[in-house]
Design a protein around this ligand. Structure first.
Ligand code: 9MR
Length: 672
């Protein structure tokens, strides 16, 4: 975004220019590989922001074949039995964390996530608990168990199965008989979740069950009604675990519907104990695809590594055979996660060809969700230019702060859009990023370097790094990508400004895009290995008239396809900001119009509805909600969401003092 006072009016001639001006692309361009692929389950799942985990048995950790596969393939673990009540609190008040710690510490040392399994379950429950008949005693015992165990693992467990298998099989759709239900009533589930939230407010709290994968089953409906009720009444719940112990036929036909219906209640969904009799390749692929197709399906756990490790070993239901060799289902699973091209040639099923993006878009907008929060030393008028990733259960938003005094950056995080407005604003001028002109941030995780990058404009194209996105003071001082403005920009910038730097990588190269407020989109490149150094070969990637190709470009990889998407902000004939879009088959390729005109825009007030009230006519600088968070900037093909800046249509005056706010667009014409 342009840091200086800006034109408030548009000229009528722009429409005519729009009609005649075509985007051009330079001839250069080595074809880039069409996608980044990984060769292990965990690394491939991570590319879409998901994890791929396994149940782990402490007793097998001395087996080198077992740990070799565990550490190579999986980035999440669930203790198979070690955190169950009969291990942890075999006698009242005496806690044995040894076996659980063995798994937890090992996972922490390797950067693997940990799912906690399980706090309240009618099985593997010591008889001193199941024989309690007094409600107050049982309530105290249950809450104490939850509190002690969650306290012990605080900060180590990403998500807890707070209550496991509380619903009955068959057609009742009701809870099953258990000591908890029979002595405390069905309210024990709510009580367990409330205790869990107060014990560790940062862990995700899941309800976990089996036979809830088929949408029309009474048991599924019963659990769904409970989660809906919890969300409606504010009972804390963050996720639903679908165990997914399948027969050879694999998931039921409506599995994806079940996942998305639960997700639509505002919870994450996870496949928590996957195993499939005889491990058919298609059954595994279908299961994984269903998860990949649901944005809030955040991870998959298989219930063991080798067939010989399985609780149903007679059915050979896992991804590795008894010798630790990959089975055919391993390949189909990796492929369904979006992985390995080589795999496809071996005859595994080809991945779902992604729904292509439509050629026109319709959106519904939220109201203004994020407004400036001035404090004693930050007299801020507008919050602008957001960049956002969803990581570790939270949205992390970076944005420019604007005031008559100039620009700097702010960071906030929250788990749900409903909480965006109440999130704390961390001003980054108080960090090593420092005071002075910093604006238009872009955030992503570099998987090779295991570092978060924040790219922003300072007059040059600058960046800071941070090992922990949630720690605002962890950012390094700014460094520049270029020693000075590249010649080609100097020659074309005219009276414009060099703004809105944007980095995206494929498996070979990283590209740095920028705008000049003068109708040019520039692109430089370096290798993935050299990044962040070595940006060179700066070319004009696209050009048009000044207002038709103004600034705030985003470039993304479309998940599961060979498409890249380019968005550039334009100024319409009404003087209002809007976005145009193009696609290309490689990052250095030529961009073809998708929804690229003022009458068929990517996003403009004319294709956005405002159910909460029309608070803006500008759809301006923002960022797509991505499917992952890494340097590939992968977005889903379906149900797009875009966080943008808008402002009161009647506001005017000093450009830097305009009252920009952030709102969220959700696509309403997605066909997938
Ligand atoms: O895999 C677990 C096995 O080793 C235990 O003997 C069994 C005891 O009930 O629990 C198995 O894991 C279960 C999980 O904790 C909950 N869902 C069903 C799983 C398979 O029975």
């Amino acid at each position: 975004m342009n840091p200086l006072k800006r034109l408030g009016r548009r000229r009528a001639s722009v429409l005519a220019l729009l009609a005649v001006a075509g985007l051009v692309t330079p001839a250069a361009a080595t074809a880039a590989p069409d996608t980044v692929r990984a060769s292990t389950l965990g690394a491939q799942a991570a590319q879409s922001g998901r994890y791929f985990g396994t149940a782990v048995a402490a007793g097998r950790l001395g087996d080198g074949t077992y740990t070799g596969i565990l550490d190579r393939e999986f980035n999440s673990v669930t203790p198979e039995n070690e955190m169950k009540w009969d291990t942890i609190e075999r006698s009242r008040g005496s806690f044995n964390f040894g076996p659980g710690d063995q798994i937890a510490n090992r996972a922490a040392a390797r950067g693997q996530r940990l799912r906690g399994h399980t706090l309240v379950w009618h099985q593997q429950l010591p008889s001193w608990v199941s024989s309690i008949r007094d409600a107050n005693t049982l309530r105290g015992v249950m809450n104490n168990h939850i509190t002690q165990v969650m306290n012990h693992y605080k900060g180590k467990v990403y998500a807890w199965d707070v209550v496991n298998e509380a619903f009955a099989d068959g057609g009742s759709g009701q809870t099953r008989s258990s000591v908890f239900r029979d002595v405390l009533g069905t309210g024990f589930i709510e009580e367990a979740f409330r205790s869990a939230r107060s014990a560790d407010p940062s862990a995700k709290l899941c309800y976990n069950d089996y036979n809830i994968e088929n949408w029309s089953d009474a048991k599924t409906q019963g659990v769904y009604r409970m989660v809906r009720d919890f969300k409606a009444r504010g009972v804390p719940i963050d996720c639903v675990g679908l165990q997914s112990h399948f027969g050879a036929g694999g998931p039921p036909a409506g599995f994806q519907t079940t996942l998305s219906n639960f997700a639509a209640l505002g919870v994450d969904v996870q496949i928590t104990e996957l195993d499939i009799a005889q491990a058919p390749t298609a059954a595994y692929a279908n299961t994984v695809r269903a998860c990949m197709n649901v944005a809030r399906c955040t991870g998959i756990t298989v219930w063991g590594i080798r067939d010989s490790d399985s609780w149903r070993s007679g059915e050979n239901p896992l991804l590795f055979d008894r010798n630790g060799n990959k089975k055919p289902a391993y390949q189909s699973t990796l492929t369904a996660l979006g992985g390995s091209a080589a795999t496809r040639r071996t005859g595994a099923p080809s991945p779902r060809s992604a729904a292509a993006l439509p050629s026109s878009f319709r959106w519904s907008s939220s109201g203004a969700l994020i407004a400036p929060k001035p404090d004693a030393t930050h007299n801020i008028a507008g919050i602008k230019d957001p960049s956002v990733v969803y990581y570790n259960g939270k949205y992390h938003v970076f944005a420019s702060t604007a005031s008559s005094a100039g620009y700097n950056l702010v960071y906030l995080s929250f788990s749900d859009w409903s909480q965006a407005g109440s999130a704390t604003h961390h001003y980054l001028d108080r960090t090593p990023i420092g005071a002075g002109y910093r604006a238009a941030p872009q955030v992503f995780y570099n998987t090779q370097q295991r570092l978060w990058y924040l790219v922003y404009q300072t007059g040059n194209a600058s960046y800071s790094t941070n090992p922990d996105i949630s720690n605002p003071s962890g950012w390094s001082a700014p460094r520049n990508f270029y020693s000075s403005m590249p010649d080609i920009i100097r020659q074309n910038i005219g009276n414009g400004y060099w703004v809105d730097m944007w980095v995206i990588c494929d498996s070979a190269n990283c590209y740095l895009f920028s705008s000049d407020d003068n109708g040019h989109l520039y692109r430089s490149q370096t290798t993935v290995g050299q990044f962040p150094n070595g940006f060179t070969n700066t070319v004009i990637a696209a050009q048009d008239s000044k207002y038709a190709l103004f600034e705030a470009s985003n470039v993304y990889k479309v998940q599961g396809s060979n498409q890249y998407l380019l968005l550039v902000e334009a100024i319409g004939s009404d003087g209002r900001r809007y976005f145009r879009s193009w696609t290309a088959s490689s990052l250095a390729g030529s961009w073809s119009p998708l929804a690229a005109s003022e009458s068929n825009p990517f996003a403009k007030s004319s294709n956005v509805t405002f159910p909460a009230g029309t608070w803006t006519r500008d759809i301006s600088h923002g960022e797509m909600i991505r499917a992952g968070y890494d340097q590939t900037l992968t977005i889903p093909a379906c149900k797009l969401q875009y966080l943008y800046q808008g402002k009161d249509p009647n506001a005017g005056g000093d450009y830097n003092s305009l009252p920009w706010r952030l709102g969220l667009l959700t696509q309403t014409n997605s066909t997938c």
